[in-house]
Design a protein around this ligand. Sequence first.
Ligand code: NAP
Ligand code: GDD
Length: 350
Amino acid sequence: MSFIKTALITGITGQDGSYLAELLVARGYQVHGIIRRASSFNTGRIDGLYSDPHSRDSRPLVLHYGDLSDGTGLRRILESTRPDEVYNLAAQSHVKVSFEAPEYTADIVALGTLRLLEALRDHQATTGHRVRFYQAGSSEMFGATNPPQSESSLFYPRSPYAVAKVAGHWFGVNYREAYDMFICNGILFNHESPRRGETFVTRKITRAVGRIKHGLQESLYLGNLDSKRDWGFAGDYVEAMWLMLQQERPDDFVVATGAAYSVQQFAEAAFAAAGLDWQKYIRIDERYYRPSEVDFLQGDASKARRVLGWSPKVDFNGLVKMMVLSDLDLAHREATLIKAGFSPPNESAM
Ligand code: NAP
Ligand code: GDD
């Protein structure tokens, strides 16, 4: 099998990494992904793309062990895979956790990006190959800045995670200007899917809806219900990442739907989609409050529309429905297993 291009993805086992890998493989790329060594399997989201390493055919997906804390390893992977495009999606991506592990978060999110850029700078200098680089920036970088937020809005980060993402963003801008590297910063607003990690609020809610409906859970504990987010579908957002790297010149783009809803509105819609009244099940637990909150994110993605021709295909109601249906099905399977005598997985939610 021959491939049209080669891409390297950090964070390939995450929500976005899995959708992006699918998109690139479908477009004829060979995709190399960096995975962390873990004591249990962490490749569930990309199992569909897996092919036997012993097979004689060239494989569309190849995995390499590595970590953003290990610059030498990143360098080796870059040199051995010689990608045309690099997507840096790896991160300790949970905002609340970043208050508990700020140093680790900064090491992976800020310094990890720097390590990868340094490896890429040397690779470009020795091979002459201008590799295209996507940096996964976040609307969290806007933090306390009033909506709607666009590329020209001020960064006012409100968590160690967001501060580290601002550093990653500016490393990208600086390396683009200093070394003429092709680097794009995506400033993506929240995006969700049935593959979303279960400790992010949308998935925590839709998982609970499924489990409550199937009698596996009685209530759901949440924190701040008043914050507003601009929620889109992850499958739409990875398309924007790819589009950024197909342009003639590197640039930075906000990616968002332009519509914002509160956490409470998401919960209302999700419970209603399963025929349930949210008020009967939701309780507040202050442990889920953040030391400093981001109250209102609503993106202005007009530049992405104009330059990339990108627009979201899934709206808020479509997203809620997609996630609820998937989690109703998951809970149904869970309930069937329990009835058959298997014990459910042990879960803790942040
Ligand atoms: P995610 O589901 O949490 O995935 C994070 C990925 O990073 C996982 O593959 C994880 O590996 C990997 N990772 C974590 N620490 C690592 C390390 N030390 N070295 C190498 N890999 C490491 O996140 P996501 O939602 O897909 O988001 C992708 C990127 O976009 C992240 O950088 C996130 O901060 C950013 N972002 C996300 C959103 C959003 O709404 N989803 C919005 C804006 C920006 P394991 O599977 O082994 O844990
Ligand atoms: N996680 C969580 N758990 N959040 C809760 C809960 C709860 O029990 N209760 C209320 N919330 C509120 C949070 O306080 C926050 O205001 C909002 O729900 C969204 O929280 P998350 O789903 O954890 O996402 P986030 O907005 O903090 O961060 C996500 O989006 C960023 C882009 O803006 C992550 O994906 C980041 O990696 C990403 O950069």
